[in-house]
Design a binder for this molecule. Structure first.
Ligand code: SAM
Length: 287
């Protein structure tokens, strides 16, 4: 594989920590990513942050089409030159969080995400990807070790990120990887994670309204390590008596903490809130 340091040096580019730029230079690590992705020749891949194009090159050799979204202006000429002869690579110069994916991937075109993510915005990227109406079938992403642990955490150690990702898919850790696979070496260790997304209409729990579900989960996690009665009353703007009623009706002790709830309990709680919440009034009804 091309040495990223040499390639960047030839363009006079030095890595920016602020953009999470740690480039892969270990062929075994690349091989692990590609194997975990299990791409078929009919599949489209969305790559976030192609960097110098090391992973992009591999992806282009196995997938039907690669859409690579890179934010850093300095890398664009390098990537344009490197992939000018690759008809199946589309380079998009943009912030992934601002890309309108429907302009690049048709609603009936199945796709996967494969990326060595910029760690400073991992949670925002995962949220953005799962909020898309047309979701990726699976995601194979390199993330910081601690983030990988949060993604697969069981009840007792759950976080807002863990609940959100486990609601949309099945995450598992494929490998823990040393900082030595990157140049420059990051200060943290990494993990390769694969998330298989549930098909539309197939979720691990039934919720009456997804927006309400996430509003309740966010409220529950709004106050770190506080009892749910306090977190919910602050997060939902209700008094403690109402919070107790909701929790009790959902079969959850008000003294429990957010990280201990199972997805089934979150769904039961959200469904209670839905039932008790006053109907949202249209302006006409309010007159
Ligand atoms: N894929 C390359 C590799 O594995 O060697 C580079 C991975 S590096 C960890 C993260 C990449 O994401 C960098 O190229 C960085 O410029 C890019 N990046 C950072 N923030 C981004 C954003 N908001 N949107 C798109 N790309 C971003």
């Amino acid at each position: 594989m091309t040495n990223p340091k040499r390639l960047l040096d030839s363009y006079g580019i030095s890595p920016k920590k602020s953009l999470g730029q740690n480039f892969l230079h270990d062929p075994n690590a690349l091989d692990k990513i590609i194997r975990a992705a299990e791409l078929s020749p009919e599949e489209t891949v969305l790559e976030i942050g192609p960097g110098t194009g090391a992973l992009t090159d591999w992806l282009a050799s196995v997938a039907r089409r690669v859409i690579a979204v890179e934010l850093d202006d300095r890398l664009i000429p390098l990537l344009q030159y490197r992939f000018s002869d690759y008809p199946n690579v589309t380079l998009v110069h943009a912030d992934i969080l601002e890309v309108n994916l429907s302009l690049h991937i048709r609603p009936d075109e199945p796709y996967c995400v494969v990326a060595n993510l910029p760690y400073y915005i991992t949670s925002a990227i995962l949220r953005y990807l799962f909020e898309q109406p047309h979701k990726a079938r699976r995601l194979v992403v390199m993330v910081q070790n601690e983030v990988a642990d949060r993604l697969v955490a069981p009840p007792g150690d759950l976080s807002l990120l863990g609940v959100s990702v486990q609601y949309y898919g099945r995450p598992r850790i494929i490998a823990r990887l040393s900082p030595a696979i990157f140049w420059p070496r990051p200060d943290v260790t990494s993990a390769l994670v694969r998330i298989d997304t549930y098909a539309d209409g197939e979720r691990p729990v039934q919720v009456a309204d997804e927006a309400q579900f996430f509003r309740v989960v966010r409220a529950g996690f709004s106050q770190k390590r506080k009892q749910l009665i306090n977190a919910l009353s602050a997060g939902l703007g209700i008094d403690k008596e109402a919070a107790t009623t909701l929790l009790t009706a959902a079969g959850i002790a008000p003294t429990r903490r957010a990280e201990t709830l199972t997805l089934t309990e979150w769904a039961a709680l959200a469904n209670q809130v839905q039932q008790f919440a006053p109907p949202v009034q249209t302006p006409q009804q309010q007159e």
